[in-house]
Design a protein around this ligand. Structure first.
Ligand SMILES: Nc1ncnc2c1ncn2[C@@H]1O[C@H](COP(=O)(O)OP(=O)(O)OP(=O)(O)O)[C@@H](O)[C@H]1O
Ligand SMILES: [Mg+2]
Length: 362
């Protein structure tokens, strides 16, 4: 799968863009604050309907404009799909696939699969559990539409439950109605826990091999799912913590509190890993995601590398570039030399300056 064409209109600092991309390596280079990440972000939105940087769609529209457009043509073997995203200042965004509007975001998933790798991802292990849940969820949603549905339903129910908890603290008679939300929370929650468990098991076995390769067999990486609550104890935990939940108007147990742990040679990398070890483990996990998508969907995703090469040492750079053959890669960087040095194949190079993109070398 690859993005064949990208068209943008009034998207962040890019007023207008019509660009053909290569099924291989595409490099966008330029100075800071020129629009490189903006371009990459627009492709990510084409895949997931959301930005990886902000929840506010309004921020994506060029200052002073009322609307923005992202149009992508995605080639998959012999077929191609058109994805249209219409961002508006005063209403919800509109999404159309092959000119047919969709009503639910979940319908977009799967038309374009991406794996994004940015400097923030390198600190995945150091960051909070929310970031690690996002890392798992964004890939799972792209490969499993039912998961996306269960996850959004779970969060809807959670919101309702938390709002009821707040009301109960003022009117205790409402406590009797809590069971309605609890049973739904458990139903959707169990499905999420089961899917995450399986996904992390697969991710673990793939990333273990990759990590051994990167570290010349010196390190064994183990990625473990740490659910906030097991399926068996979910109901009991909710019941036991009812008073505490009412007091804080928040739900203390459930998949919204899950975490993913990274162990290197049996030691928790979050607490004891060096910065280099943590970054390498993140790299292994990201590369494993690519392979996992290929195994699950039978298709290679598009890899978005946002300024990440300069953050890696020479050996890691080489390893990364060696391992991204056969798929479309979109790289942003400030200088092309390091990237070109490690690349064997021909690539597209674009120069980005003040929201304009110029073909530099072909
Ligand atoms: N809604 C918007 N309208 C107009 N300009 C915007 C909007 N949002 C962001 N920008 C501008 O876009 C510019 C480019 O941002 P971007 O993150 O793409 O830079 P970059 O080329 O990736 O730089 P770096 O190398 O520092 O990562 C920034 O100067 C920012 O102010
Ligand atoms: Mg950037």
């Amino acid at each position: 799968m690859y993005v064949k064409k990208i068209s943008l209109k009034n998207y962040r600092n890019i007023e207008r863009l019509d660009l053909e991309l290569k099924n291989g390596v595409n490099i966008f280079y330029g100075q800071n604050a020129q629009g490189k990440t903006n371009l990459l972000e627009s492709i990510y939105i084409g895949a997931t309907g959301r930005s990886h940087r902000t929840h506010k769609d309004k921020e994506l529209i060029k200052f002073g404009k009322d609307e923005a457009h992202i149009r992508l043509e995605v080639q998959k073997e012999t077929i191609f799909d058109k994805i249209d995203i219409h961002l508006k200042n005063d209403s919800k965004k509109g999404i159309a696939i092959n000119n047919i509007p969709i009503s639910k975001l979940g319908e977009l998933f799967g038309y374009l699969n991406v794996v994004i790798f940015s400097p923030e991802d390198l600190s995945l292990i150091k960051q909070g559990p929310q970031e690690r849940r996002k890392f798992i969820d964004m890939e799972l949603c792209q490969i499993n539409n039912i998961y996306y549905y269960n996850l959004s339903q779970y969060y809807k129910v959670l919101k309702q439950r938390n709002s009821l908890l707040k009301k109960i603290s003022k009117n205790i008679s409402l406590k009797d109605t809590l069971f309605v939300w609890d049973s739904q929370l458990i139903d959707f929650g169990i499905k999420i826990i089961e899917t995450r468990e399986l996904f992390i098991q697969k991710l673990n076995s793939i990333s273990k091999k990759i990590h051994q390769d990167i570290t010349n067999n010196k390190e064994i990486l183990e990625i473990k799912y740490k659910p906030s609550v097991t399926i068996e104890e979910f109901k009991e935990k909710l019941e036991k913590n009812i008073d505490k939940d009412i007091l804080y108007a928040t739900t203390s147990y459930g998949p919204h509190k899950d975490d993913v742990l990274f162990f290197i040679n049996d030691v928790n990398a979050r607490d004891f890993g060096s910065q280099g070890q943590q970054r390498t483990a993140s790299l292994s996990a990201k590369l494993a995601e690519i392979q996992l998508i290929e195994e699950e969907k039978g298709i290679l995703p598009v890899l978005l590398l946002d300024d990440v090469l300069s953050e890696l040492d020479k050996d890691r750079q080489k390893f990364l570039i060696k391992n991204i053959k056969n798929l479309q890669v979109i790289i942003t960087c400030t200088g092309v030399e390091d990237v070109l040095k490690n690349l064997e194949e021909k690539c597209n190079i674009f120069y980005v300056s003040d929201g304009k993109i110029n073909t530099d070398i072909n």
